[in-house]
Design a protein around this ligand. Structure first.
Ligand SMILES: Nc1ncnc2c1ncn2[C@@H]1O[C@H](COP(=O)(O)OP(=O)(O)O)[C@@H](O)[C@H]1O
Ligand SMILES: [Mg+2]
Length: 307
């Protein structure tokens, strides 16, 4: 993508994309992030030729979308989240054959449909009616439709929306496997977990421009801390802990069952460790947990900077 722009008509016109450009390579999963209204779906619609850009250009597998949309469509797929757009009274196989036949070549359709169903773990349910499927199975069926053309680029807009934990995990497993096999993936999600588990790179959209385009490890470093430490114990919260840890990030929560202290470590050094030891020495600590910052921590920090 190069300098993609999109303005929607209105008074005044709405400038949704203001010059967006980045590259997605084979086998790479790029997490496309941004608050609601940032322009993620608009971008995916342009990349999947459902919408024309006002300016700029984009290509898939070396094929320019402008003027070659039809040819380009053979090489990518786009899957939008949610479980609409399937025929509930038809079987999974009939659904995929129907949608596959609409949008692509019919050659070997049945064989390819069965292979795609196997790819998303629905081989055994190929002949079951979709009305008997869970949300997660329906989402995987959408994914299977997207796999029929063996795309080199797969675009997923909120693929785990509305799914329970296990269902979301299965969708993520499938996406990870496809990327390992060489498919380029662009993924948007409201769930930081999707990005943390899958993305090798993060592109952050803000008001229609790319503010960050970083490898995931570097993106996580934007959180501004190395680790978040959580301590908890029974009884009354140790009021001296905040003073001991002498860090602005210390938060002490008192619950009925006991207390919890959360604080962020900028860098591990002897001072931090000895202060921690001091807290543990003075108070009964039942649980101790150290976590690296995830995508959510970065987004929270960036949102704070904004405000
Ligand atoms: N067809 C349209 N006409 C006018 N405004 C639109 C249209 N489609 C999207 N928008 C606006 O563009 C902005 C970005 O929307 P969208 O791309 O859906 O963002 P996201 O997916 O990041 O939440 C929103 O403010 C939305 O209201
Ligand atoms: Mg969207």
């Amino acid at each position: 993508m190069e300098n993609l722009r999109r303005t929607f008509p209105g008074t005044p016109p709405v400038e949704v994309l203001r010059g967006v450009g980045f590259t997605v390579r084979a086998g790479e999963i790029v997490g496309l992030l941004g608050v609601n209204g940032a322009g993620k779906t608009t971008l995916l619609k342009i990349l999947s030729t459902l919408l024309l850009p006002s300016a700029g250009k984009a290509g898939v597998c070396g094929i320019d979308l402008a003027g070659h949309g039809h040819e380009a469509r053979r090489h990518f797929s786009v899957v939008f989240g949610g479980d609409r757009g399937l025929y509930p009274r038809l079987s999974a196989l009939d659904n995929i054959m129907f949608f596959g036949g609409l949008s692509g070549p019919r050659r070997n359709l049945r064989t390819r449909a069965l292979a795609a169903l196997a790819e998303v773990g629905l081989a055994e349910r190929a002949r079951s009616r979709v009305e008997t499927f869970s949300k997660g199975m329906r989402q995987r069926l959408h994914l299977a439709v997207g796999l029929l053309n063996q795309p080199c680029l797969l675009m997923l807009d909120e693929p785990t929306i509305g799914l329970d934990l296990m269902e979301a995990e299965r969708v993520r497993d499938t996406v990870a496997r496809l990327a390992r096999a060489g498919t380029a993936v662009v993924l948007t999600s409201h769930y930081p977990t999707d990005i943390d588990r899958l993305a090798g790179r993060v592109v952050l959209l803000d008001s229609g421009t790319v503010t960050h385009d970083l490898p995931i490890a570097e993106f996580r470093r934007q959180a501004g801390f190395t680790a978040e430490v959580r301590l908890s114990g029974p009884g009354v919260a140790p009021q001296d802990a905040a003073a001991l840890l002498t860090d602005a990030s210390v938060r002490i929560d008192q619950h009925e069952e006991g207390w919890k202290i959360t604080f962020q470590v900028g860098a591990w050094d002897a001072t931090v460790l000895s202060r921690l030891t001091e807290v543990v020495r003075r108070h009964p600590v039942a649980d101790f947990d150290v976590a690296s910052p995830g995508v959510e921590a970065v987004l929270r920090r960036l949102a704070l900077n904004h405000g």
